[in-house]
Design a protein around this ligand. Sequence first.
Ligand code: DAL
Ligand code: ZN
Length: 443
Amino acid sequence: MRTMKLFRSIALILCAVLITSFIYQAKGEGDAVAYAMAQNTLECCAAELSACTGYPYYKNENTDRYINYRLIHMDYTLDAVISYVNIGLDRYFYSNPEVIASPGSTDVLVNKYRPLPSSYIPQNLEKISSKYSYGTQKMTHTARRAFEKMCADAKKHGYGILASSSYRSYDKQAEVYASFFTQADPASVAVQELICARPGYSEHQTGLAVDAVRATPSQNNTVYKWLFKNACKYGFIVRYPIGKEGVTGYANEPWHLRYLGVELATAVYNSGLTYDEYYIREIDISDKSGDVPVVGVTAHSQISIDGTSYQLSAVWLSGNTYYKLRDIAVILNNTSKAFDIVWDGEAKRIDMRLGVPYSAALTLSASDTGHAVLASASQSGLQALGCAVDLKAYSIGGATYFKLQDIMNLLGLTAADDGAGNLIIKTVSIAAAPLPDTSVPPG
Ligand code: DAL
Ligand code: ZN
């Protein structure tokens, strides 16, 4: 079973690597087939993601990262892809540290992407009763009281619990971290990173974490089992659960408890998620009650007008390809279907003047492929020949995009696919071939 899973994962990773390399190869070698395959896969990812943009934890700015992460984790659910990227797991630990702005909140998330300010010292640090600690240990007031209550109740059930380490200052954590590394064989650095946080990255600096260990060796793992199930009743969660090393960045620590308050700790426990995931899905969220955008993919498209070919940047959106109206104006400029576009700022509409040469620069937008974009549906307010033809359009990065077919209909043109992915547009009827000149006899 494990081997099957391993094979499946390797196959999926190979697929994704191939797809990604196809995109780059296709650019260099003009390999139309590879490009089409890669583009199709991106379009599938974009279509899937379009169904998620309304999630409170969907972050528009992460759209490209969701797609890239999806390509190498085709076996993950979309929820997992979005949550993991939001946590930062598509990047190396410590690679983009975002220093926590409110380190004193009870629900603060500290992990390998979110360090505390090095100068942060929590207020209300109090000593844990010597009945429940090894030596002097401190926690913030509320966490300390909750811990002592939990220890007292655990004792009634026959479990002796002691705090072996709770609040650690930034400097203390630096000492602990250094102590691991002086003993460490350089080859095992990765292992050490799994068991000790770097200074600034430890929850112990919040005064809300405590390592709760058994008081007597005979109680062994039963204490940890009791803690796992019952700690939330006192406001604690086991922060680094078994099997979640890939998410938390730490090996299982059944003794490391984090105070969140009873309500939040119970919700996290019941969710079965790590706090990293829970925080991303339930706390670090935004209101998505308004219109939500759809996810598109940038592409380029070959269009031939009366035999002259142009490469236009385009955006694939929900099964259709959209173009900038100005690019269509540029490629039709020397034809009988030329038109100009004028933005009427007062009426907030685009005036399309048919039969008039395009008045702005005759350059096409730079063609950019393989990127995710967010598109918001809009009414364009388009007006042609003085009549409102308010086509549905999409606003993408400040520009308005139209469906080619809509523009063709407006101009009385048809765009036919030549079967090789090129669109052929003819604005003039092809004149009958001239008859051979027979006035001069051959030879
Ligand atoms: N052992 C935990 C991860 C810490 O050092 O904070
Ligand atoms: Zn700990």
